[in-house]
Design a protein around this ligand. Sequence first.
Ligand code: NAD
Ligand code: DAU
Length: 354
Amino acid sequence: MMTTGKSILITGGAGFIGSHVVRLFVNKYPDYEIFNLDKLTYAGNLANIADVANKPNYNFIKADIVDAAQINTLFETHRFDAVIHLAAESHVDRSITNPMDFVMTNVVGTVNLLNAFKNLWKGAYEGKLFYHVSTDEVYGSLHDGGFFLETTPYDPQSPYSASKASSDHFVRAYHNTYKIPVVLSNCSNNYGPNQFPEKLIPLFINNIRHNKPLPVYGKGENVRDWLYVIDHARAIDDVFHKGKTGETYNIGGFNEWKNLDLVKVICKTMDEKLGRPAGESEKLITYVTDRAGHDLRYAIDSTKIMKELGWQPSLQFEEGIAKTIDWYLSNQQWMDEVTSGDYQKYYENMYAKR
Ligand code: NAD
Ligand code: DAU
């Protein structure tokens, strides 16, 4: 469904994926007025989108989606024709420590946005759209082969995935009950520039650089399906402009890696880029206590978006991971800034007892 409106709210645009979506929309659609709404939590960083900050069609709003009154006022003021909702608490390990933060932002925050959208347009939904960005983790864990399809029953296993599943249900319920035009997508693991170094790939790149242990959970046998973040942003563009109202699109790279194999690729590439002897970084691998309730395997079947919307990933993994490592190595100031302050405390708490 193509929205005819021009005022687009993107939530979470200072985060990892959101910053790539904001950049793509600001640059590709100069006629759209883009509003990036972000609370700037530990994961939000305006440096991620500094390159578009002065564009005439870009606006930044610092706000918390949990604050219903503030969100309603912003919708009344800016009359957003469409929403692309990415703001979330996104790290599984943090959801195990602080589940309530995930209930508040991911569930209550999403319902606040849906209510504000409904209160503003009051049923006059022609040309309007609420796009909810979600995750493959809502489908649970694959144990016996196969892939997640759009029709796979929900079976979330972590507080994070339960909160995202709940938000997906609310979005569909508002479509069914109030006829809000919605579209959803559920994507696999993203990697690329600007990812906060609590997630596997940037964390391990940074640890290798500092010769710190690489904490592999369990035996490193869990499998994830990795997609370059810019390919996810391109898919979001396609779903936003060409997706059918009420539908869900799975997004993934058909690119499954066992954690340990992926870590070895990172180690090998880092050795080459840092001019270290072959095998040096692999010596940093340390097996630590597994994540509680650790999902074994995620794998997305993205046939629907490929066939119906013509989306294709643009990068092979080998090229994507090399580009990603290059980005972190040439943006060490970015990494140093985000790992100063509270990050050290987080790292201690998360890893000291493993
Ligand atoms: P991130 O943690 O890097 O960024 C989240 C952003 O949301 C941050 O800028 C943060 O400041 C903002 N935010 C958090 N709470 C907020 C609140 N209460 N109000 C306003 N802003 C708030 O996350 P990400 O990895 O970029 O993920 C973005 C979205 O994509 C999430 O909805 C996530 O569930 C989904 N997703 C992520 C992946 C992945 O691999 N990272 C894969 C599939 C889907
Ligand atoms: O599948 C999509 C999801 O991918 C997104 O919805 C989440 O927002 C995103 O964080 C990601 O979740 P994962 O839990 O898969 O990502 P993470 O980078 O935290 O972990 C990837 C794998 O690596 C997982 O099996 C756990 C393991 N791991 C992770 C860390 C941080 C380790 O072995 N050691 C670590 O230190």
